[in-house]
Write a protein that binds this ligand. Structure first.
Ligand SMILES: *Cc1c(COP(=O)(O)O)cnc(C)c1O
Length: 212
């Protein structure tokens, strides 16, 4: 699928397309930028900082990968949305740095719904401390949730995982985040975005399919 068809597909489904530009050059990013793409996702802070300097200011940068607390200071206030908040420590750091800089940072809580042991993310049965902490933090805005599906060809496994995230989202929405700000369900990558959208995603993060 080329960029134009993917963008049309996302627009028709009311899904935000984040072009994952990690490992891609400034020229490759500019090719999509010139076609109107503004949301880009990176997973390494160092690489992002170097490229960002050479790219237009109106790009909305998404930080999608696992984030170390000592890197948070470089992101704020330039990051549009941090997808990968997966611990209380990281959440506190983002709030503190945002407070120091006088801004509010948009975040997603990353949940672990995949079976693979190595994947980062909050455990839905042990998220109380993080959820409660968000309520007393004035410099973060919880915009929604993010999850990664298992890397597999078995759609049933991914379907189950995506539905699991939607259930968590609905529970949190009802019990903790009733306002309109809590609205983003970031799930779906090159291999599983159609399935993710069928199962309720409204933000996909797509790399390899776009840059070839
Ligand atoms: C790399 C990456 C993606 C994009 O993966 P593709 O398979 O290249 O589309 C999406 N989300 C995260 C967190 C990633 O690290």
């Amino acid at each position: 699928m080329d960029f134009t068809s993917l963008r049309t597909f996302c627009q028709d489904n009311n899904v935000e397309l984040v072009a994952v530009s990690k490992t891609r050059s400034v020229d490759e990013i500019m090719e999509l930028y010139d076609q109107g793409q503004r949301h880009f996702g990176e997973n390494r802070v160092q690489e992002w900082m170097e490229k960002k300097e050479l790219l237009p200011d109106d790009i909305h940068w998404h930080l999608i990968g696992h984030l170390q607390t000592n890197k948070v200071k470089f992101l704020i206030p330039y990051v549009h949305l941090i997808h990968s908040i997966d611990s209380l420590k990281l959440l506190e750091k983002v709030n503190q740095i945002s407070k120091d800089k006088g801004v509010i940072t948009n975040i997603l809580l990353q949940y672990k719904v995949a079976r693979e042991e190595s994947k980062f993310g909050l455990n839905p049965n042990e998220d109380t401390a993080v959820i409660e902490a968000t309520k007393s933090m004035n410099n973060i805005q919880v915009k929604g949730l993010m999850a990664m599906g298992t890397f597999t060809n078995d759609d049933e496994i991914n379907r189950h995982e995506f539905q699991n995230l939607i259930q968590i989202f609905d529970r949190l929405k009802m019990q903790h985040f009733q306002g309109p700000d809590f609205s983003i369900k970031s799930m779906g990558m090159s291999g599983d975005f159609e399935l993710a959208i069928e199962n309720g995603s409204n933000m996909v993060r797509i790399g390899s399919l776009l840059f070839r």
